[in-house]
Every structure is written in structure tokens, then in C-alpha cells.
Design a protein around this ligand. Structure first.
Ligand code: B12
Ligand code: SF4
Length: 452
């Protein structure tokens, strides 16, 4: 029996210009879930293929030989996932199963487009769902507590481009910021043993991967464990050209950790700075002080770890001035990349419940729940003003002049990427406007209308 996994991408992400910008931003990488579930199914005797739309347009006619179509959903790709699911069910008469973070939050909605929906981490149930042994329409899958039992992702199943291998050394996060979806989907927080992680890294080294991403929501949550993994990477010669990871500002309190991160080439980190307004940080339960952010910025430059500074735009207590202050701060600490993220009320988060109760959600399609479009009424400005701030702060940060600081600190390749991002940001707004056409204009016009 042939199983085809599809990881869809929202419309806006499937055009040549977006794909070019994405290439400059980082290395192509894959969602691990389908590669893990695919491996489990392959080991059980199924013929499995995995396709990702983000990096290549797919010709669905080629999937005629698939008996079972399995779709991953995040919120912004769910509209596209449902479209694909309807096509395979109604036109091609195939069996369709949907899973992933969005379907896990809203299984009844997903079920309108699928024969079955899996809620949660799918490892425990995937074989019985595929075989038809489990017949429930909505299947609740309990997570595996001992992560070392889970097989490694099988990249031989992936039929679309991918340059970096993704490693999840843990699932979930011990913190619980009010807007965060992953700490709720992957719950409780669990960690793999360092030896198990090292085994997976050795596999990627042997497969010829030059780049690795640690996709843990918070790799440095347990600093001693992180240090053990890093020491083992170094002593086993498992250091890659570049390894991206997600961290928190508290990692800067540990000098030994910073040195090991540098030595093991974990040299590109995304940190949620979120806001430079302490009241906002407290309201989202971030458990982070402004002084932590300051300290972290300086420490990362010292250790030549390139910071992708992420700011949340649109928090209830943040004004336009606060957002600009945040941007200026990221400039001052020489952040390598800047990622403004519009606060997005993802289903199943406290923020979503609060805004729903307060009647503040805009009536937008899920595809715009991508952290780049305003989907709610902010407190201190109109939705359109917030949308404009998103483009404005990005342009403030990415200037030709500031790219020379990056050249000085991080060298030529980093500079070229920075120049690419400067160009992408310069033309990004026009591209998004053009590509987000809806019935009556584009999504930005719609946001403008509700702002009046
Ligand atoms: C790698 C990654 C990416 C990569 C690769 C994406 C791709 N190839 O499409 C990149 C960096 C490009 C990316 C881009 C984006 N991402 Co992303 N990404 C991730 C990340 C960090 C890891 C995913 C992963 O491997 N998880 C670990 C594995 C074990 O879990 P899993 O894949 O979900 O699979 C499990 C279950 O979901 C389930 N399952 C999964 N698929 C299926 C299918 C079936 C049939 C079944 C039964 C079960 C099942 O079982 C699996 C095993 O337990 C997650 C965060 C996270 N922790 O998941 C964010 C995350 C998914 N991304 C997110 C977002 C918002 C985006 C972007 C919109 C960001 C942006 N503004 O551009 C884009 C959209 C891309 C798109 N496809 O349209 C959000 C989604 C939130 C939400 N509720 O929708 C997340 C959760 C991050 C976050 N902190 O909020 N992303
Ligand atoms: S620290 Fe990051 S991963 Fe952890 S709950 Fe907060 S936003 Fe989510």
C-alpha cells in the first residue's frame, strides 16, 4: 500500500520571489513529523513518499498510485491542506488523513475534509490508522514519554529539496507564554538523552548533510543537558558548517554554554526578544527582564553567534514607539537578522480565547495566520496601523548602511545574505500586496476597511 505525505504551503509562499527570499533567509528544511511517521510506516511494510510544497510545486496527477494521502497542517497552511484534501477525496476518491498542529487544535473543522483526523503526536497510532484497525473519525494520540524510543526521521522518503536536517532534541518547552502554540501541542516537556541525539547527528553526517537545525522550541532550556550534547558533538567530530537553534535570553548567563555553542558551530540562534516594554513581557508570561535581553545581545556578538531577533508586534501594552524602540535595540546590538512577528492568536492558545471572548478577532482566512498579517484588533492602534508598522520596522532594520556592520562582525557570506534580505524587505511589501489578492482587492485592503 502506498502512503503519500504532503506538507502544504499557503498560497503566498508558493511563488518564485518568496522562494528566493526564503533561500537567502536560511537553508531549506523539512517538517520532521511526516518523516518520522513515514519511517514508522515504512518499517511496517508500507511504501511511503513525503512531499513539501514550500520548496517545489507539486503535480498532484503524479500521485495517482497513492492509496492513502496524509496531510500535515499548521494554521496558515490549513486552507491549502483542506483544498488538497478535497481534491483527493472528491475528484480522485482517495482516503485522506489529516494531522499536525492545526488539525490537533480544531479536529472537527479538519474532519470536514478528511476521512480521519489525528490529534496530537501521531507515533503511537499511525500504523493502526493506516491499516484501518483504528476506525474512529477523530483519533486522540497520546504522546510517547520516552523520546529515545522514537525512530529518527527518514530523509530518503523526502522527494522535494532539503539542505538542512532538522533535529528535535526535546519536545515542548517548560515555559508557557500566552501566545505560544507549540508548548501546548507538545506537552509535557520531554528530553532525549544526549547519546540518542548524537546517534542521529552521526546519521546526518554520514548522509552528507552540511547543515543542521536544532528545531527544539527552546534548546537551552536545560543548560546542563545542552552542554553535554555540545561537548559530545565536539568530541565525536559531529560539528556541522552551521547549526541553527531556538534559544532564550537566559542562555547568556552561562559563559561556558556560550563558548560550547560557538565551538560546536551552533552559530545562528532565534531568540524571542518579544518587546522592550517590561509590562508587555510580564503580561505574556515571558519571564524575561529587559536586562536579560541587553546582556544576551552583547554576549552573542562576543561569541560570534548570529542572532535572529524576534519581536512580537501588537501586544496590548505596546505602542508604535515601543515597537520602534524594539527595532532600534535590535539594530544597536547588531542582530544579524530581525524577525518582526505580528501577534497571532493561534487557536488553542490563551490569546485566542481572550480575543474571541472580547470580540477582537478579524474575520480572516486561516492562511493569514502566519505572523505577517494582522488578524485581530489591537488595543493601541488600528489593525491597519499595526500592519503598516510590520513593514515599517522591517525596512528600518534592513538598510544598506547597517549591512556593513554585519560584514565587519560576521564576514563576507553573512554580508551577502544581509544584502539579499535588504532587497527582499525593500520589495516585500509590494510582493505581499500583489500576491495576497482576495475577492475584493487584497488582504491589506480588507484590514484597512475594518480599521475605518
Ligand atoms: C521546521 C519548521 C518550519 C520550517 C519548515 C516548514 C516546511 N517545510 O513547510 C520553516 C522554517 C520553513 C517553517 C516555516 C513556517 N512556519 Co514553521 N515550524 C517549524 C518547526 C520549528 C518544527 C516542525 C517540526 O519538525 N516539529 C516536530 C515534529 C515532531 O512535530 P510535527 O512535525 O508537528 O509532527 C507531529 C504531529 O504534528 C503529528 N503529525 C504531523 N503531521 C502529520 C500528518 C498526519 C497525517 C498525522 C496523522 C499526524 C501528523 O505527528 C507528528 C509526530 O509526533 C515548528 C515548531 C514545532 N515545534 O513543531 C514550526 C511551526 C510549525 N511553524 C510555524 C509557522 C507560523 C511557520 C510560518 C507561517 C512562519 C512564517 N511566517 O513564514 C512558515 C509557514 C511554512 C509553510 N509550510 O507554509 C508555527 C505554526 C503555528 C500554528 N499553530 O500554525 C510553528 C508551530 C512554530 C511556532 N512557534 O509557533 N517552519
Ligand atoms: S519560551 Fe518560546 S517556546 Fe517556550 S513557551 Fe515561550 S514562546 Fe513558547
Amino acid at each position: 500500500m502506498k502512503v503519500i505525505f504532503i506538507v502544504p504551503a499557503a498560497d503566498i509562499r508558493r511563488n518564485a520571489i518568496y522562494r528566493f527570499g526564503d533561500k537567502i533567509y536560511g537553508h531549506s528544511n523539512s517538517i520532521s513529523g511526516p518523516l518520522i511517521l513515514g519511517r514508522i510506516l515504512k518499517d511496517a511494510g508500507y511504501d511511503v513518499e513525503v512531499y513539501e510544497e514550500l520548496y517545489k510545486d507539486l503535480n498532484f496527477n503524479k500521485f495517482e498510485n497513492g492509496d492513502l494521502i496524509m496531510l500535515y497542517t499548521m494554521t496558515s497552511s490549513s486552507t491549502r491542506a483542506y483544498h488538497i484534501a478535497d481534491y483527493f477525496r472528491n475528484v480522485k476518491h482517495k482516503r485522506v488523513v489529516i494531522g499536525g498542529i492545526h488539525a490537533s487544535s480544531l479536529p472537527e473543522e479538519a474532519l470536514q475534509h478528511a476521512d480521519q483526523v489525528v490529534v496530537g503526536e501521531g507515533e503511537r497510532v499511525i500504523v493502526d490508522v493506516a491499516s484501518g484497525k483504528i476506525k474512529d473519525k477523530i483519533v486522540y494520540s497520546k504522546c510517547i514519554e520516552n523520546l529515545d524510543e522514537i525512530p529518527f526521521p527518514d530523509y530518503s522518503l523526502l522527494k522535494t529539496p532539503c539542505r538542512a536536517a532538522n533535529v528535535m532534541t526535546s519536545r515542548g518547552c517548560p515555559f508557557s507564554c500566552s501566545f505560544c502554540t507549540t508548548s501546548r501541542m507538545f506537552h509535557p516537556y520531554r528530553k532525549r538523552t544526549p547519546d540518542n541525539v548524537i546517534e542521529e547527528l552521526r546519521m546526518y553526517k554520514n548522509q552528507g548533510f552540511k547543515y543542521v537545525n536544532f528545531e527544539d522550541d527552546n534548546f537551552t532550556a536545560d543548560k546542563d543537558r545542552a552542554k553535554e550534547i555540545l561537548r559530545k558533538m565536539i568530541s565525536n567530530n559531529l560539528v556541522f558548517r552551521e547549526t541553527f537553534f531556538f534559544g532564550r535570553t537566559d542562555m547568556a548567563n552561562d559563559e561556558e554554554l556560550l563558548q560550547l555553542l560557538h565551538d560546536a558551530h551552533l552559530n545562528r540562534v532565534l531568540i524571542g526578544i518579544e518587546s522592550l516594554n517590561q509590562k508587555s513581557l510580564d503580561n505574556i508570561n515571558k519571564k524575561q527582564k529587559i536586562s536579560d535581553i541587553e546582556k544576551c545581545g552583547t554576549a552573542l556578538v562576543k561569541h560570534k553567534i548570529r542572532l535572529i531577533a524576534s519581536l512580537v508586534l501588537g501586544l496590548d501594552d505596546d505602542s508604535k514607539e515601543d515597537m520602534e524602540r524594539g527595532e532600534k535595540f535590535c539594530e544597536r546590538i547588531n542582530a544579524y537578522q530581525f524577525q518582526p512577528a505580528i501577534l497571532t492568536p493561534f487557536p488553542n492558545t490563551p490569546v485566542y480565547e481572550q480575543y474571541k471572548k472580547e470580540g477582537r478577532l478579524l474575520d480572516n482566512d486561516w492562511q493569514y495566520y502566519d505572523m505577517m498579517v494582522v488578524n485581530f484588533k489591537p488595543k493601541k492602534m488600528s489593525p491597519y496601523d499595526l500592519q503598516s508598522e510590520f513593514f515599517r520596522v522591517a525596512k528600518l532594520f534592513y538598510t544598506f548602511k547597517s549591512s556593513f556592520n554585519i560584514l565587519k562582525i560576521f564576514g563576507f557570506v553573512a554580508w551577502i545574505r544581509r544584502i539579499g534580505l535588504w532587497i527582499a524587505v525593500k520589495f516585500g511589501e509590494a510582493l505581499f500586496r500583489k500576491k495576497s489578492n482576495i475577492k475584493d482587492g487584497n488582504i491589506y485592503n480588507k484590514i484597512k476597511e475594518v480599521s475605518i
